[in-house]
Design a protein around this ligand. Structure first.
Ligand SMILES: [Zn+2]
Length: 352
């Protein structure tokens, strides 16, 4: 549902003074470039200076000196009133800047509103920063707000990847922090985290940062014990280049040697081993002391995944010799598939 603040809401949020000044601004036609989304409204308000405003129901954002401190200022009031008039009576044509109105194309106005990196950082902090745990619907609302923000960042990331990269890194820090404190019962926060990661990886490919800097960021992100997600090194390999990869590899392997049982470290090491097609590391990670059927099976499937079929078969056969009963038939089923794959003519083979 589009946002619609009542007068009582606005009075409560802004206070009498800002409310009256915002009304005057709206009446004077100072709200421009209004863009009403399904759950938000963005506009510019012309005063002594022109300020960008974004309202998303529970959150608001204005570039002005009062708004940057988090207050619901007169500019927010003005945008809320004009947006409400439009929502209540859709025949009212939303005001646009004269040039854009003439061109009939608001795609020109879009990058402009998100062009100020300072404003973007504030927006990210306001929408994605959390101060405490998120319960029940709070987690869903949070994911929806961040999803909206990502919709907006999507276009900007294509146009200005170098500028957006640090903004996305800040956003990712906030989401990891939120996720660590949230009951993400619908998985919606995990979804926005994946989206933000994909956007970040794309921005890095489009405008690669210094390799060491990116390697440090990736290691910090992946080795954070609160983080349950791994940004796959495969998605960053091009941007990292040989130097970045070497530096990332050093950091992950070092951490794995010192903290082999920490979950985030294990995930990062596993991801790296797959990228490197490092069979020995996969065996060590998944096989441990190679005693149970599960360990043999995990090693065999990981090796098959990286295309090491002969080695995979060897481990599955070893497992079967040690556990001839193979209670769930996992090793036998795996071997049937692996033998078929091995004996198939080469040109029919599809990568695993
Ligand atoms: Zn303001």
């Amino acid at each position: 549902m589009p946002i619609a603040y009542s007068d009582a809401d606005l009075l409560r949020l802004a206070g009498r003074g800002a409310y009256e000044r915002g009304r005057a601004y709206a009446a004077e036609g100072r709200v421009e470039e209004l863009d009403i989304g399904e759950h938000d409204a963005a506009a510019r308000v012309r005063g002594t200076r022109s300020y960008a405003v974004l309202l998303t129901g529970d959150h608001w954002m204005c570039q002005c000196p009062v708004g940057v401190n988090g207050e619901f200022c007169k500019h927010c009031v003005a945008v809320a009133l004009v947006a409400r008039a439009y929502v209540v009576s859709p025949t009212v044509i939303p005001p646009t800047a004269p040039a854009e109105a003439a061109a009939g194309d608001d795609s020109e106005a879009e990058p402009d509103r998100y062009a100020d990196p300072r404003l973007l950082r504030q927006l990210v902090n306001q929408l994605a920063g959390v101060r405490g745990p998120l319960h029940d619907w709070e987690a869903v609302d949070y994911a929806q707000n961040v999803g909206l923000l990502l919709d907006r960042l999507n276009a900007a990331a294509t146009d200005r990847p170098a500028e957006l990269r640090p903004v996305l890194e800040r956003l990712l820090t906030h989401i990891v922090n939120a996720l660590a404190q949230a009951d993400d019962w619908t998985g919606a926060i995990a979804d926005v985290l994946r989206r933000a990661l994909a956007l970040h990886a794309a921005a890095c490919r489009a405008a690669p940062p210094r390799p060491e800097r990116l390697a440090r960021w990736l290691a910090r992100f992946n080795l954070d014990p609160r983080n349950r997600f791994t940004a796959s090194v495969t998605d960053y390999a091009v941007a990292l280049g040989e130097r970045g990869l070497a530096s990332y590899r050093r950091e992950v392997i070092h951490r794995w040697e010192t903290e082999p049982d920490q979950a985030a470290v294990r995930r990062a090491r596993d991801d790296l081993a797959r990228f490197d097609r490092d069979a020995a590391a996969l065996v060590k990670l998944r096989g441990k002391e190679l005693s149970t059927v599960s360990q043999f099976h995990a090693v065999a499937t990981a090796l098959a995944d990286i295309g090491e079929w002969e080695l995979a078969i060897e481990y599955a056969e070893r497992g079967l010799r040690k556990h001839p009963d193979d209670p769930l038939g996992r090793l036998r089923r795996f071997l049937v598939e692996a033998y078929l794959h091995r004996d198939r003519p080469k040109q029919d083979r599809t990568p695993a």
